[in-house]
Design a protein. Structure first.
Length: 554
């Protein structure tokens, strides 16, 4: 049995702000390596330098695996050669919007086997996503290709995209079919989150200045009304709670998570609202992982009144539940699959729009946060119900404790190890599917891949004439004799190399027709595609190693 190789075009580790997608990708790969299901992991990056940097990062993060030689990194221009050389078990991409359809055409053209290609959903609401999903609909997509969605509602969104595109473009369902849709939730590392011991909880609350008898509500996530959630409904709900006679001093709201510099105005608005209400607001921006667990430990109730179509899963809900917190969340997208109403928390109704036609038209010409805000403001979280939920849990410590214990048990079912087990099962199942006619797949052209030779056919004086004879030039003879050396750029590795140049010059010692020269070069190097043989001949002409034979030259 050959090596099991897992491949990707994505690094699964990204610098920058701690956002849900980046955390999910890194945790996914950590759990994947822990499963030890593959002999090697191959990564294809934008450049040779990026490949070397990624290998260094992987070696630092997983020294044992690196010492075993499990990680291989390559520049992406080596993809055709790697696909011809290796038998990949699967290519998995960290986002379904970027590359799976492009990898599919490369696989179909160069790989010995039609291996599965899978990818993952994150946000699904950006204006360019319809175009991204359209790229999946080409004749090279097979029954071995799948998009993993993180929730049932997320799967429905992707299916609706494909249905909309198929209808509006009148696509032939027999030729332009979508990849399979699977539901695989994100996960958590159970060891990273656990209910705090009494002394840990006491220290966490003391660090934030939360008195023992205070009910601490926690909102954790991006602090952004345009791309995460509008917190004004929660403030309106607290106003209702206070109007019904609740002691304002008995509550505080902890607000923590990533905040961009340009969102400081929004934070100032929330601070002013809290002051007007008499609600104590504690802000812990951009926390470290340790600080994140501390704010969870200090809280009594986790609140997430999401209202933005960008939200697809809600990993913070799982983290909060794993910490033993009851959850009050909006009945929205994947949230409803993470909260069992009345058992692990409470879900608040959300009313949405029947039409968004004006926003639909504006979105492609507007800033992302502008049209997302327009959309989010059309999803109304039920403020009276939110107020009732806060009051109900705040006034019943026994119920909070019972829900917190149930939430903890529930969250443990969403480990990253469980998610990886589902991916492994999906990949094996995809191998059992019939990919279709091999020759048809090889010939399937992606309509969004520009055919450069045809598009720019008018740029050169003419194309390579198969009947015109070529011969070594003076410089070519010097290289052939070892008296000179050609300059081959690093980026051309695999496309032009010294051995191929040598073979070409041997074949052109005497005048030979360009077409015949290409055929002989392809025959001399096993499995060399005709296109690369022609490219080598044109390169040699460009670098004056070949020249056109003079008329009458024998």
């Amino acid at each position: 049995m050959g090596k099991r190789i897992w491949g990707s075009l994505d690094p699964f580790f990204e610098p920058g702000p701690v956002l849900g997608r980046r955390v999910a990708n890194s945790k996914f790969f950590t759990a994947l390596t822990r499963a030890a299901a593959f002999d090697e992991y191959h990564f294809f990056t934008h450049s040779k330098g990026a490949a070397e940097e990624l290998l260094g990062n992987l070696s630092a993060l997983y020294p044992d695996r690196a010492a075993e030689g499990r990680f291989k990194t390559f520049p992406r221009l080596e993809l055709p050669f790697a696909l011809r050389r290796e038998d990949y078990h699967v290519f998995h991409l960290s986002d379904c919007m970027n590359y799976p359809f492009h990898v599919a055409r490369l696989r179909n053209a160069f790989s010995r086997e039609i291996f599965p290609i899978t990818s993952v959903t994150h946000s699904l609401s950006y204006a360019d996503h319809a175009g991204c999903f359209l790229k999946h609909l080409f004749a090279g997509t097979t029954a071995r290709d799948a998009v993993a969605t993180t929730s049932g509602p997320g799967r429905d969104v992707v299916a609706a995209y494909f249905d909309h595109l198929a209808r509006t473009y009148a696509l032939d369902a027999a030729r332009f079919h979508p990849p399979r849709l699977a539901v695989i939730p994100l996960g958590i590392e159970p060891g990273d989150f656990a209910p705090p011991a009494p002394d840990e909880r006491e220290r966490a609350r003391a660090a934030l200045g939360v008195a023992p008898e205070t009910i601490a509500l926690l909102v954790f996530g991006r602090i952004d009304h345009a791309s995460k959630m509008d917190l004004l409904p929660l403030f309106r709900a607290m106003s209702r709670v206070f109007q019904q006679g609740a002691d304002k001093g008995a509550y505080c709201l902890i607000l923590s998570g990533w905040i961009e510099d340009e969102e400081q105005g929004y934070l100032a608005t929330l601070t002013e609202l809290a002051a007007n209400l008499g609600l104590r607001l504690i802000v812990k921006p951009r926390p470290t992982e340790v600080q994140k667990r501390e704010v969870y430990a200090a809280a009594d109730i986790f609140c997430s009144p999401a209202d933005n179509p960008q939200e697809t899963f809600g990993i913070t809900l799982l983290e909060a539940q794993a910490m033993g917190l009851p959850v009050i969340a909006s009945d929205f997208d994947g949230y409803r699959e993470l909260v069992t109403p009345g058992v692990t928390g409470l879900l608040i109704p959300v009313t949405g729009p029947a039409s968004t036609a004006i926003v639909d038209m504006l979105a492609p010409v507007s800033c992302d946060n502008h049209y997302h805000l327009l959309l989010a403001q059309r999803y109304a979280v039920d403020v009276p119900q939110l107020a009732l939920a806060v009051a109900a849990l705040a006034g019943d410590p026994g119920r909070r404790a019972a829900m917190g214990a149930a939430a903890r048990a529930h969250a443990l079912g969403f480990s990253w190890d469980a998610a990886i087990a589902r991916y492994l099962a999906l990949w094996e199942d995809l191998w059992r599917q019939d990919p279709g006619d091999r020759q048809a797949l090889r010939a399937a052209v992606h309509p969004l891949h520009p055919p450069y030779a045809r598009l720019f056919a008018g740029h050169p004086s003419g194309l390579l004439d198969a009947s015109r004879r070529l011969i070594q030039s003076r410089a070519g003879r010097a290289v052939y004799r070892g008296q000179d050396f050609p300059v081959i750029y690093d980026t051309l590795s695999g496309f032009v190399d010294a051995a191929r140049v040598r073979a070409l010059l041997v074949l052109a010692r005497n005048p030979v027709a360009a077409g015949a020269l290409c055929e002989k070069l392809a025959a001399a190097e096993p499995d060399l595609p005709p296109e690369l043989a022609e490219a080598a001949v044109l390169w040699a002409l460009k670098h004056d190693l070949l020249e056109y034979a003079a008329d009458g030259q024998p």
